[in-house]
Write a new protein. Structure first.
Length: 207
């Protein structure tokens, strides 16, 4: 009897977490992680970098955000059927030129109705935007400014100046930075990381 009980106890311990063998259920279990709220139009606009967030740069287009429609879907998600824009609520843009004229940065945002929708769009849109940095682009480590992020640095345009693309998810929004330089040395990985971090921080504060 003692040997049989010992075998039962060992088996029970092995499956305890899965089956709750011989234990009383707590009932509640772990709570699911709290989901980030969807941004309002005003919050989407506030998430975009402005002049105060970009010292040393001059705004060429002040932050603007508007309700998503077919026109903006074709701009933000220029794929077959506008894949990547499901449950997209707002589209926002701001653009800057560095005061020395050597670099430019475009910030864009799509605000979704849920984190699930933003995450579902992530890979589709990254496959679309990453090639803009050129066929020889290399990965840039952003250091985790958001919930998820990727960046590449390569060449841009026919003149072969440096170009970079970064994509970051912060809660229910996807953010993009497209940066260009006039010539080699005008844009590097440190600047790409800095621009993406500024944008992610703005989005966190806005939400």
């Amino acid at each position: 009897m003692r040997r049989a009980y010992g075998a039962f106890a060992a088996a029970c311990a092995a499956v305890l977490l899965l089956a709750g063998c011989g234990t009383k259920s707590g009932g509640g279990g772990d709570k699911p992680p709290e989901q980030a709220p969807a941004l309002t139009e005003e919050q989407a606009r506030a998430a975009l970098p402005d002049g105060a967030a970009m010292p040393g740069w001059k705004a060429t287009l002040e932050p603007t955000a508007t309700a998503m429609n077919d026109l903006y879907k074709s701009e933000a998600c220029p794929t077959n059927g506008n894949q990547g824009c499901d449950d997209a609520r707002f589209y926002g843009v701001s653009t800057f030129r560095r005061v020395d004229g050597k670099a430019g940065a475009d910030f864009r945002l799509v605000a979704y109705g849920s984190e699930k929708a933003a995450e579902a769009a992530y890979d589709t849109l990254w496959r679309l935007y990453a090639p803009k940095a050129g066929p020889t682009a290399r990965k840039v480590d952003l250091g985790g400014p958001g919930d998820r992020g990727d960046a590449v640095l390569g060449t841009y345009g026919y003149q072969g100046g440096p170009g970079a693309v970064a994509q970051v998810r912060v809660g229910t929004a996807l953010l993009w930075v497209e940066a260009t330089g006039a010539r080699e040395g005008d844009l590097d990985a440190a600047l790409v990381k800095d621009l993406a971090s500024r944008f992610a921080e703005r989005a966190r504060e806005a939400g």
